[in-house]
Design a protein around this ligand. Structure first.
Ligand SMILES: Cc1ncc(COP(=O)(O)O)c(C=O)c1O
Length: 411
């Protein structure tokens, strides 16, 4: 039988894009970035705190492996879910760094962690299922959940609790339709890193209510001070059976453009994700897969150089932000973003072009126009009243950019 259309088209009605495509929220970050680019082209010295990627080159040893792969003609389709050599390197990495054992049949390699997340949501959530999403959250989760026709159920966290989700908060939001919880530690945009004890309590709920947990560990290596990364899947085999662990090489090895991410999960879930990948993109780039083997197995000292540099910038940025009246910023424990609370500025009612600035988008736009500094409004992360500033840029730019912001906000 032919599937019935969900809505009838009127005779002569113009065919247009699907509701699915229409319902995707346009990114305000992209709008700000486009404006910043335009200003740069006009010759303005715009400083950008909007970057979501390390400002370092991919280490030389990794690039060399990619060149060898091209020379050796490793330029054809590979197994759709990734080459066995890379899966073995991932299994080894997870055992060594995260103390969790997987078989290669429990691994998928995709076009970035982003595709792993999307594959997992599509493989697990049916239309109408609910996905618990702590906010502030990374922009793509919400839209991916909506694309799967599932429902995001937001759980608000706040600076008073260091943006940490409690098990009690999670339990209150669980319904018979809850399928999945998304946990991102270290977190983008807040930099929050969960302690093992906090995660253990949440794990108990996964077992009690039979809920899966998508653990996005992409910023795992970028952690500061006493914070330690804890992989929930390492807790027990029972908990592991509920986890889809997502990671990748983008942030740890400055390889955002290479598009390699991976997921580890029970075989049935990986098989569902692989079928989706087979029919959407097939294998991730063959050359980048070879380079990623080197990333995981080669020298690791470049991570520490990058981490130490981020650490210095992090401390400077947060200290300086807290000197601005109306701004309050926690010291993030991971990733490379500061996420200041700017409600004190919004309450001031600054007027710009005859309009009061009372939301984070207008404030980001005001800062871009007046200080020529690009940053991201909290509204893009489901968190009004905040701004996200990336410190994946030089200390000189951070110093000058923050001076400019202070100048326009302190009057
Ligand atoms: C929290 C989070 N998860 C996943 C990703 C995607 O990473 P990838 O470049 O590997 O697709 C990002 C990238 O910004 C991110 O911030």
């Amino acid at each position: 039988m032919r599937p019935q259309p969900t809505k009838k088209r009127k005779k002569g009605e113009k065919m247009t894009i699907s509701d699915r495509a229409k319902n995707i929220k346009p990114s305000q970050t992209l709008a700000i970035n486009a404006q910043a680019l335009k200003m740069k082209k006009e010759g303005k010295k715009v400083i950008s705190f909007a970057a979501g990627e390390p400002d370092f080159d991919t280490p030389e040893n990794i690039r060399e492996k990619a060149i060898s792969a091209i020379r050796e003609g490793f330029t054809h389709y590979t197994a759709s879910s990734g080459i066995i050599e890379l899966k073995e390197a991932i299994v080894e990495k997870l055992k060594k760094d995260n103390e969790v054992e997987y078989k290669t049949s429990e691994i998928i390699v995709s076009n970035g962690a982003k595709q792993c997340l999307f594959n997992a949501i599509l493989a697990l959530a049916d239309p109408g299922d609910e996905v618990l999403l702590p906010t502030p959250c990374w922009v793509s989760y919400t839209e991916q959940i909506k694309l799967a026709q599932a429902t995001p159920v937001f759980i608000e966290t706040n600076p008073q609790d260091a943006f940490k989700l409690s098990a009690e908060q999670v339990e209150k939001k669980i319904s018979p339709r809850t399928k999945l919880l998304i946990l991102n530690s270290p977190n983008n945009p807040t930099g929050t890193v969960y302690e093992p004890e906090e995660l253990k309590k949440i794990a108990q709920l996964l077992l009690k209510y039979n809920i899966y947990c998508l653990c996005d560990e992409i910023y795992e290596k970028l952690i500061y001070d006493k914070a330690k990364h804890f992989t929930l899947a390492s807790l027990s085999n029972e908990v592991k059976s509920k986890i889809i662990l997502v990671n990748g090489v983008s942030k740890s090895y400055a390889m955002t453009g290479w598009r390699i991410g991976y997921a580890a999960a029970p075989e049935e879930i990986i098989s569902g994700m692989s079928k989706i990948q087979d029919h959407s993109t097939s294998n991730p780039n063959s050359i980048a897969q070879k380079a990623s083997v080197e990333a995981l197995q080669g020298r690791q000292d470049t991570i520490e150089i990058m981490r130490e540099t981020f650490d210095k910038r992090r401390k400077y940025m947060v200290e300086k932000l807290n000197e601005i009246e109306g701004v309050s910023c926690l010291l993030p424990s991971g990733a490379f973003y500061a996420f200041p609370d700017v409600r004190g500025i919004l309450d001031k009612g600054i007027e710009y072009k005859g309009k009061k600035i009372n939301n984070s988008f207008d404030l980001a736009n005001f800062i871009l126009q007046q200080a020529e500094v690009a940053l991201v409004p909290g509204s893009d992360f489901e968190a009004e009243g905040f701004l996200r500033l990336s410190y994946a840029t030089s200390l000189e730019d951070i110093q000058e950019g923050l001076d400019r912001i202070e100048n326009i906000l302190s009057y």
